[in-house]
Ligand binder design. Structure first.
Ligand SMILES: Cc1cc2nc3c(=O)[nH]c(=O)nc-3n(C[C@H](O)[C@H](O)[C@H](O)COP(=O)(O)OP(=O)(O)OC[C@H]3O[C@@H](n4cnc5c(N)ncnc54)[C@H](O)[C@@H]3O)c2cc1C
Length: 392
């Protein structure tokens, strides 16, 4: 089997299949995993998967911070919205850890198995066909035959395009600007979503810095830039008064990275000889930071079904059948948050005196807070590792 893409989905699938005794060749176009501002959130469900693989303790020895609760702040008012302590899981927190550390960790675990081969700087450029059937991939280094190709090559998947699979676009009214500012010991303790004056910023505690996501209306980057860096810093200072003077750390627009938000999924995730998983099958909104989670869950489900070596279309369909429902429900939840909360705040329709109804309900009823905590932390119909382990 050839897996294209060494992100969370491809790496976890490679590990699980090699662990079950299969040969898995993983192609990653970059020379390493060192890329900034990717998803760095390892949720309770992924920690549970690592636990089932006997890897959780070792993983949690890597340097990380823990997010247990999330609150929405309107002006001085704080509304609790997510509390992972209430969902009855083994690891009731999100481990914030650079994605490259996570991927390096999985790669090291996978290399313990003979069947695993990681080819860095190897880009899959297209598919090889025999009639309608996919029989391998093209790479710059030459063609590579495979009994199954797994496209785990992310939201701009080359392979899903080469397979002409239909993408259903669900729309996203927002984009996100990522940046960081330093964090001090006396800063607020928990992760925060600040909503004010038509602006939204999410702040994630990364130990000595805050990883910040500033939410803008879709396509509004040029307007934000036209107003100038000083105006941008002033808006942020208003949202994060405790760090107002630190906004000078944003030295130029080069320190601000745009994430063009997409929410989509494939109508059919496979064709004979090819299966798409992770972002290649469904790009998620950043709401809830669940992209890695879903990518890992797809990999676990795929391994549970494919480890016996049956790659017939019926087996590939079984993977889609298993994962499409959780994907749909999660995307519906994200669309609800985008429309009912984020778009309203950005349009100036909500303020400290009138938070959106959904937030008021969540802050008032602790029982209701279990719903986002469950969707974000555990996911819908969480997967467990059933594929076996050969001796490493
Ligand atoms: C700026 C940003 C911030 C994000 N923040 C969060 C967050 O906080 N929490 C969260 O859960 N998710 C977040 N996400 C989303 C999350 O990173 C993805 O949902 C998740 O990584 C998907 O995993 P994946 O393995 O499917 O794809 P990816 O992580 O995209 O991995 C695909 C891999 O394939 C490689 N590749 C691509 N094309 C080819 C090719 N043709 N041949 C070989 N290799 C190829 C890429 O280099 C990459 O390593 C964020 C995304 C971005 C862009």
């Amino acid at each position: 089997m050839v897996i294209a893409g060494g992100g969370p989905a491809g790496m976890m699938l490679g590990l699980l299949l090699a662990r079950a005794g299969l040969r898995a060749t993983l192609l990653e176009k970059h020379a390493d995993f060192l890329r900034d501002f990717r998803g760095d959130t390892i949720h309770p469900s992924t920690l549970q998967v690592l636990h089932e693989l006997g890897l959780a303790d070792e993983f949690l020895r890597l340097r990380h911070t823990k997010v247990r609760q999330l609150a929405a702040a309107f002006g001085g008012r704080q509304l609790p919205i997510v509390d992972l302590g209430r969902v009855g899981v083994r690891y009731p927190f999100i481990a914030m850890i650079p994605q490259w550390d996570f991927l390096d960790f999985l790669a090291a675990a996978a290399r313990a198995y003979r069947g695993f081969e990681l080819r860095l700087q190897t880009e899959a450029t297209g598919l090889l066909f025999e009639g309608e059937r996919v029989i391998g991939v093209r790479t710059h280094a030459g063609p590579l035959a495979a009994d199954l190709v797994v496209a785990a090559d992310g939201r701009h998947s080359t392979l899903r395009a080469a397979a002409a699979l239909e993408v259903i676009d669900l729309g996203a009214p927002i984009d996100v600007l990522w940046f960081r500012v330093s964090r001090r010991p006396d800063d607020p303790a928990q992760a925060l979503v600040r909503l004010d004056a038509g602006s939204i910023v999410v702040m994630l505690d990364r130990g000595d810095y805050w990883q910040c996501a500033f939410v803008i209306a879709k396509g509004a980057l040029e307007q934000v830039r036209a107003r100038g860096l000083d105006a941008f810093r002033a808006t942020l200072a208003q949202l994060m008064p405790f760090a107002a003077e630190r906004m000078r750390e944003i030295g130029s627009w080069d320190d601000v990275k745009l994430l063009t938000v997409q929410v989509n999924r494939l109508r059919t995730w496979f064709r004979e000889g090819l299966l798409c998983i992770g972002d290649a099958a469904h790009a998620m909104s950043p709401v809830g930071g669940v992209g890695i989670n879903l990518a890992i869950q797809d990999a676990v489900a795929a391994a549970n079904i494919l480890w016996k070596g049956n790659f017939a279309p019926s087996a590939l369909k079984a993977v889609q059948d298993r994962r499409e429902f959780p994907t749909r429900v999660t995307q519906q939840f994200q669309l609800l948050v985008q429309e009912r909360i984020l778009s309203r705040v950005l349009a100036g329709d909500a303020d400290a005196a009138h938070p959106p109804l959904v937030l008021r309900l969540l802050s008032r009823f602790a029982l209701l807070r279990r719903i986002p905590a469950r969707i974000v932390g555990v996911g819908v119909r969480p997967e467990h590792v059933h594929s076996p382990a050969v001796t490493a």
